[in-house]
Structures are given as C-alpha cells and as structure tokens.
Write a protein that binds this ligand. Sequence first.
Ligand code: ADP
Length: 551
Amino acid sequence: WSSRDFSWTKELEVHNKKVFGNRSFRPNQREIINATMSRRDVFVLMPTGGGKSLTYQLPAFIEEGITLVVCPLVSLIQDQIMHLLQANIPATYLSANLEWTEQQRILRDLLSTCNYKLLYVTPEKIAKSDALLRQLEILYSRGHLSRIVIDEAHCVSQWGHDFRPDYQNLGLLKQKFPETPVLALTATATASVKEDVVQALGLANCIVFRQSFNRSNLRYIVMPKTKKCFEDIDCFIRKNHHKECGIIYCLSRMDCEKVAEQLREYGHQASHYHGSMEPFDRAEVQRLWSKDKINIICATVAFGMGINKPDVRFVIHHSLPKSIEGYHQECGRAGRDGQPSSCVLYYNYSDYIRVKHMITQGSAEQVTSRPPGRSVSKHEQALQTHKENLLCMVSYCENDVDCRRFLQLIHFGETFDPSHCAKTCDNCLKGLRWIEKDVTDIARQLVELVSSIRQACSSSHILEVYRGSMNQNVKKSNHDALPLHGAGKNLAKGEAARVLRHLVTEGILTEDVKKSDYGSVSSVLKVNHTKAGGLRSGNHIIVLKFPTPEQ
Ligand code: ADP
C-alpha cells in the first residue's frame, strides 16, 4: 500500500510529533494508516513492540467520530487509556468490572456528547451487551463510527495458540457495520491462522501488512533440562543478567511457585504469578515487577499479553512451550526497547508428555462445557492442531544443528539467511558443523520393535531394549529375548533416541499419555501403520543432521 501523500499526510506528521512525541514513523506505520484512513479493511502482522497502537490511535485523533477497539484484557485497556489521557486524547472503556451505573453513563455519553475519540471494549461486551450494540448502531447511522480495531486478532482463531471463545462473535461487527473499516492487529499468525481470522471477521478484501518477525536483538538458546535445572537457571541469570528484569514461564501453577521459591533460595528477588491467585495479589506482583521492586516473575502463559515493560532482559522457558507461535510471542516480551536480551528454553523430551496430557485434558473439559452449537468434531480438529503444534515445538528443540531464527521464521512463512543470525542462537554459536546421516534402517528397526511389543510401553523402555539393556524391567517382560534386543548397541549415545523422537514428530510413532489407577502418568508408544507404510516399503528415507564428532 502506498506511502504517497494523502490529504491527511501533513496532519499525520504534525500530530505524530506533537501529540505522540515520535520523531518519525516506524516501518509500515505510515502505510497502514494510509490504508485504514482510505477506509479499507486492513490486517496487520507486526512483531511485538513494532508500534501497532499508533496505527489506530493517530487516525482516531485526527478523524471525526469514534474508534471502537476490541481488546482481550482489561489491564491492557487500562494501560492504553492511561497513555491516551496523558496525551489529552479522550478515551474510555466498557467492561464487566465497571459499576453498572458507570457503564450506563459511558453508554449515554457516547451519543449525547460524542466526546470520546476511542472506546475500548472487551470481546464479551460485544457478545453480551445489547445496549452497547444499540448505541453503536446509532453512532453508525449518524456516520460517527469511524473505525473498528480488533487488537490481538489471532485470538479469533481456534488454530491459534491463544483462542478466546468471545472473539468468535466479532464477525458480527462487519455484518452490522459494513461501511466501517476494520483494522485487525496481531503479533503472531501463521498463514492458516491469518486465513481463519480474515474469514471469521469477514475481511475478504482486506489489505495485508506483514513485517519480518525477526527480532535481531534477541538471542535464542535451547539448553538441556536436567535435574539441576534450578542451579542452571541461577547460574545463567547471575552470569548474564544479574539483577536485571526477566520472566520465567512455567507449565503449571505449582511449577511457578516452586521455581520462584528456589530462585529466592539462590538469592534472587522472584515471585510467582498465576490464575489461582487472588486478583489483588496478582496485580500487586505485576505492579512490583513493573516498578523493578521484583526482578523475576515466574508465571504461567496467562502473564504476558499486554505487558509493556520495555526493559525485560530475559525470558526463560522452564518447560516446553505449546507451539512455536506461542513461544515466539512469549520470547517477544523480552527486549522491547531494542536492547540485547536472552531467550532460554530448558528442554527435556519428557515435558512433551506432560504438555500433551494437559492439552488433551483441557480439550476434554472444553468439550463437556462447550457452548451450544459448537460441535464436538470442531473440538477434535482443534485438539489435533494443538497436538501438531506441540510436535513442531518438539522438533524445534530436538534440532541441535539449524539456526533457531531460521527455524522460527520459516514457521511464519518467512525466509531467513542463517548467516545473518551472527551467532545469536545456540546452534549458530556452535558453528553449524554437522553431517547428514541416513537413519532409515534405525528408524525401521525401532518401528518394528514397537509393533512387536504387544503390551503398552514407553519410549524409554523401547530405547533400553534397542540398546540391549538387561535391566529388571527388560528382563521381567522378557524383552531381552526379542530379535531386535540390542540391535542398536553400537550406536553413538543419543542417536537412537534422536531417531525415535523424530519418528514421533513425524507422526510415524505416536506417544500417548496413560494415567494409572494411582494417578501417575506414563506414556505409551504406538505405531501409526498408515504413516509407517512408506518406511517399511523403502519409499520413505530418513536423513537427519548430527553435529560432527569433533564438537
Ligand atoms: P505493539 O503494540 O506493536 O507491541 P506498541 O504500539 O505498544 O507496540 O509500541 C511499542 C513502543 O514503541 C511504545 O512505547 C510506543 O510509544 C513506541 N512507538 C510506537 N511508534 C513509534 C514511533 N513511530 N517512533 C517512536 N516510538 C514509537
């Protein structure tokens, strides 16, 4: 879209400086503003910190009428409104946490004075408030509804990592107000999520802006997660970011508390943050962290959307993230000020089983509490996508050769020349020396071994049998008598495990979670015979990259 001059160009430049205090526009901002002010529907993919807010706040300030902004979190809305009011831009919001009389007053004011430039709402307001829709209809009929902004638009998509049911209703806005331009903004979307969002919002002819998702100031590291993980985290922070501000993402609420406690024992100022805390306590932890009274926040992924702290110097993942999109966005909270920052992921394959279990359980709960009209099969489809997303994440972590930036960006459909990484990821730092090895025979043997064992067993058991272990479990189950027992005994350490995990990420083997009567969770490996067909017939060759031996 054009960056040429429009009738509003001069005004944009003046107010960008005077009202918003910016010296110039950042990449794409001017083009996006021109497109939306030309009344086109626009879809924007811009990384966190890229400056998406300006693309609707500046037009809202200049134009007549009200801009409706749908935003998922009240805390994020309050933060935006505070900044707008500081800049003397009249803005308000409606959400369920306001007193009823206050909500009535705001609704009345919308029409009677037309004083507001921006009205922020949570998505459930659109779904549930007829009074709001009536006022919007009046504004629209008077030509005063100047723009509809959908912030964090990826929440519309079931395939996205952050689906929110209330976002699904937002398609009605385009139906009710077809003449009002829509601006959908997100910092994360794969091609399929983008398509889904565009369709759900009814933006068939929208202009799409897409910016590189590469965050060159972030360095990406995957580290093995061992029993001394807390010690490793402590060491990493001390060595690289002593007393600096960071986030540690944990899988469960209990993990958050445990990690925070351990770090405090190591002398760090750390607190936990998760959904089971009282809202006041949660807000207090966030406040202390924002004001640098606490350095480290150990949180579930509930913490983050709308966190605007510019100087977060590190984001650590204590467990496997659920998808590359989620991971990329969580990492994106580091270094918003452009300064070098670190993203470290502690990876252990066993977390895959834990996360998969959580995803499956969460989905089962959603099926039982699903809204009327939502079919079970839609849930099943979504569950399948979430499982695939998780496997992509496993495969990212398992890859100890390719540039991390390249691997992330390719996921978003972007190309990236690894030589531009400049050793800012662990794999490039290792020097990219690797050899390709045909592991088809090993893969075939592992598949045969899994299918020859009738009873349920885990990947670690299969590996033990394959490597010729004579431990108690192997002997008790008579698996030392299997023809493939010990077939992999001469392989280098970790090689068979790597191939087995590759078979899981390819879907040739599936590893499911089994819960015992006593509540303990173990995994069960099975062969997906359809996918294994090519391997058995010799049509499917598997070549993996391994670091060269001298490293
Ligand atoms: P996003 O929503 O894309 O994550 P924001 O809109 O919150 O990003 O902007 C991130 C930061 O960049 C904010 O502090 C904002 O004031 C600043 N910013 C946005 N546009 C510009 C600009 N043109 N020049 C300088 N700073 C800008």
